[in-house]
Each structure stands twice: as C-alpha cells, then as structure tokens.
Design a protein around this ligand. Structure first.
Ligand SMILES: [Zn+2]
Length: 163
C-alpha cells in the first residue's frame, strides 16, 4: 500500500495500487497550460489509478469542480480542507479513474517510468521543457473528445519543447 498526504498532514490518502490484478497504471506528465485544468506549475506528474484503489483515510477533502475548456466535462479536484494541498483529481469523462498529484506521495519517486507513461498537452510546453526520447508524446490529450485514441509521437533523442 502506498500513502500520500497533504502538506500539513491533515489529510491522508491510502492507495491500494498493487492490490488489483491488471490495474491500469499510467503516468501522465501533463505539460503546462493545458485546457483540462491548469496544474499551476510548468507541468504536472499525474499517475492514474482505478478509483476503487484510492481511499481517503484522514480528513474530508474539499471538492472543486472545474469545467474543462477542451472537453466541456467536469474535473473534480480534491484538496485538503485545511491547507488546500491538491491531493487527487477525478473525471466526469473517465468515471473510474483517479489522477494523483504525485508530489503528495510519501515517496514521490516510487512509481516506475515505463511503457504506460505518456506526456500529454506537449503543444503547450514551455520553450525550456525537455521532452524525452522513447516516451509517448501527445500534442493534446491522448484520447479525443469522441473517445478516439490519438497516435503518439516518439522522439529519437531528447528535444526542447514544444515540438
Ligand atoms: Zn492539509
């Protein structure tokens, strides 16, 4: 079991990521200024899990509903009620998934970077962003609004973004 917490420790979340056989696990590095909810940073690392594997064990997160400029669907941003640390986000568009704000993990580097890793919204990357080789890159979201999977771009060598 993996744990994450807010800045002050008022809210804890337990993640049962390894319990579920075949659990969909992907890592999204969301590049800045994207249409589905601004990460308030140059980019956001957002591991995705099945919602059933995420359980708040302390505190009652507040809920902010953001309407995506891209899809028109709701993003539900769950934050600590005391210190406002963003903990995780759930999606109207993808009902059984949960994206964790990776900076909240007790060990922020516990998850692997592998075949399920995606970089999305690279079209909004800042000029100083280094896009890696061998990782699936998408100019916008990896899935179009109609549900169509988009074709990734792969670089042969790292390159400063956007591409
Ligand atoms: Zn807090």
């Amino acid at each position: 079991m993996i744990f994450l917490r807010c800045t002050t420790g008022d809210a804890f979340v337990a993640l049962f990521a390894t319990r579920r056989a075949g659990n969909r696990f992907e890592l999204r590095s969301v590049i800045a200024d994207f249409a589905n909810g601004r990460p308030a940073g140059a980019f956001m690392v957002e591991p995705i899990f099945h919602s059933d594997d995420v359980n708040t064990t302390r505190g009652t997160p507040t809920l902010y509903t953001h309407i995506s400029e891209g899809s028109g669907k709701c993003l539900y941003i769950h934050s600590c009620a005391n210190c406002a640390t963003k903990l995780y986000v759930t999606f109207e568009r993808f009902p059984n998934t949960c994206g964790i704000y990776s900076g909240t993990f007790d060990d922020p580097a516990w998850f692997p970077i592998g075949a399920s890793t995606r970089h999305i919204f690279i079209g909004g990357a800042r000029p100083y962003t280094i896009l890696p080789a061998g990782i699936a890159l998408f100019h916008e979201h990896a899935v179009a609004n109609d549900g169509t999977e988009q074709h990734p771009l792969f670089l042969d060598s790292p390159r400063e973004g956007p591409v």
